[in-house]
Write a protein that binds this ligand. Structure first.
Ligand code: ADP
Ligand code: MG
Length: 468
């Protein structure tokens, strides 16, 4: 048999299977198969879906073999091979599809905003404020990691402009800063319909400044309407303020807007991925203003909080997710809630569309989980840390006490413990140091991470490198 007609054969098979297999199974599992090769004994297809071989073998093997027999007249063995390359393409398509679904969902949310009319005195006010309906206090899980920021946000929401002005919320990516800030906005719109709330990302602010400053006849008019937009609000929420760093004209406008609003008792809330002082090149006068009110940080949530967030999601989306799965996901995604939620959504969407039971094994396949932790080596970690700090491995493992080298050494020790879960004595042997020294370094970094954001950023950059 020549390979050239393999596609014709497979098309015939598809026509037969289409009639006997349910539409959803057919589209999900059969259509994406790619015929590869056949001979006297077997017919081979590739799949990019890790679960396809077991599902098809278990549920539809006979039907497929039967269809092959009708088409070729032979009793061929049917082989399904999982192909890494196809899997990558498949993952890309799935990600695109998930993004599309999320977009549709968001649009749906906005469209149903009318349903919230009874909650808000003015729907237009809600819409003009720029807020996302999902980001409310009701959907925010409080843990020890975000308690301070949460309480401060509630205080500000209840009495805008009175206490904590500005409220400055900072912390790593995906930890709930935007959510909390918008929750303040929702609360005020609902309870104080007389107040005008505006949510804006620093990026949009920069664009507005640039547009207002653009050359042209309308320049003065544009600048005036820009100022009006920002200075006639009662509550200004600026997200990701670090993005204005180094943009002198924008900084100046932020400074003027800040003074006008603050001077007349209007509430300002700011978020950032770091403290004002840590924003490079931010002018001193802005740093000091941002520090006037309350600075509240959000830390990485502990495992209970992460599980609580997932349980809430499961409840909201009405899906039954076993506790073991929730715990598994919360363990794997430990330092970014956006990623944690993303994985949860992928898993539940996949499982419900494809009618796959939610077992740990299936979940691992869906999230492309590889037991990476096990393959971390001390050498690999030390290499990355040394290159991050721009020192040699020998210096890192040596006894030098300069601040930079000492920090690099402690970070390396911390990561060796954190990523490999090896014992302190074992790590001590590797670094040729006493295990109490190792313990001390580990605890020191762990403690320091609670308050030192630039250290947290360094460690997350190094971990990303090690993971990639
Ligand atoms: P950030 O602005 O800090 O990068 P976001 O506010 O965008 O993070 O949060 C990322 C995602 O995680 C959002 O979908 C948000 O709803 C969710 N999230 C973050 N913290 C919490 C929390 N404490 N409870 C519930 N959901 C949360
Ligand atoms: Mg954000």
């Amino acid at each position: 048999m020549g390979q050239e007609n393999i596609l014709e054969i497979w098309n015939e098979v598809l026509l037969i299977l289409e009639k006997t297999i349910s539409e959803s199974t057919f589209n999900t599992w059969i259509v994406p198969l790619e015929p590869q090769y056949f001979d006297e004994n077997s017919f081979v297809v590739n799949t990019g879906q890790a679960l396809a071989p077991s599902i098809l073998r278990k549920n539809h093997y006979e039907e497929i073999v039967e269809a092959l027999k009708k088409t070729t007249g032979k009793n061929l063995e049917f082989k399904i091979i999982f192909d890494e390359e196809l899997a990558k393409t498949f993952a890309k398509k799935a990600a695109k599809r998930a993004a599309q679904l999320e977009k549709e969902n968001n649009e749906k949310n906005t469209k149903t905003a009318g349903g919230f009319k009874y909650q808000y005195d003015s729907l237009t006010q809600m819409q003009s404020s720029n807020l996302n309906l999902k980001y409310k206090f009701e959907n925010f899980v409080v843990g020890s990691n975000n308690k301070l920021a949460y309480v401060a946000a509630q205080t500000v929401a209840q009495k805008p402009g009175i206490k904590y002005n500005p409220l400055y919320i900072y912390g790593g990516p995906g930890l709930g800063k935007t959510h909390l800030m918008q929750a303040i906005g929702h609360y005020i719109i609902k309870n104080r319909p007389d107040l005008k709330v505006l949510f804006i990302t620093a990026e949009e602010f920069v664009n507005d400044v640039v547009n207002a400053l653009a050359r042209g006849d309308e320049k003065t008019k544009k600048m005036n309407s820009f100022r009006k937009k920002y200075r006639e609000v009662d509550v200004l929420l600026i997200d990701d303020i670090q993005l204005i760093a180094g943009k002198t004209r924008t900084e100046e406008e932020v400074f003027n807007t800040f003074n006008t609003l603050h001077g007349s008792g209007k509430q300002i809330v700011i978020t950032s991925d770091r403290t004002p002082k840590e924003i490079p090149s931010l002018s001193d006068r802005l740093v000091s203003r941002f520090e006037w009110g309350l600075m509240a940080d959000i830390q990485v949530p502990d495992i209970e909080t992460r599980m609580a967030i997932l349980m809430n999601l499961a409840k909201d989306s009405n899906v039954e997710v076993p506790n073991t799965i929730i715990e598994f996901l919360a363990t794997v995604y430990s330092n970014n809630i956006r990623e944690l939620e993303g994985a949860f959504n992928r898993v539940t969407a996949y499982a419900s569309i494809n009618e796959v039971p939610l077992t740990i094994d299936n979940v691992k396949k869906i999230i492309n989980y590889s037991e990476k932790e096990k393959s971390f080596t001390f050498d690999g970690i030390v290499d990355e840390v040394a290159s991050f700090y721009n020192i040699s491995v020998k210096e890192l493992k040596g006894t030098g006490r300069s601040a930079k080298i000492a920090e690099a050494r402690q970070v390396a020790i911390y990561l060796c413990r954190d990523l490999t879960k090896q014992s302190f004595p074992d790590i001590g042997k590797y670094f040729e140091k006493k295990h109490t020294t190792i313990l001390y370094s580990y605890d020191k970094v762990k403690e320091e991470l609670k308050t030192n954001h630039s250290l947290a950023n360094s460690i997350s950059a190094i971990t990303n490198k090690i993971n990639s």
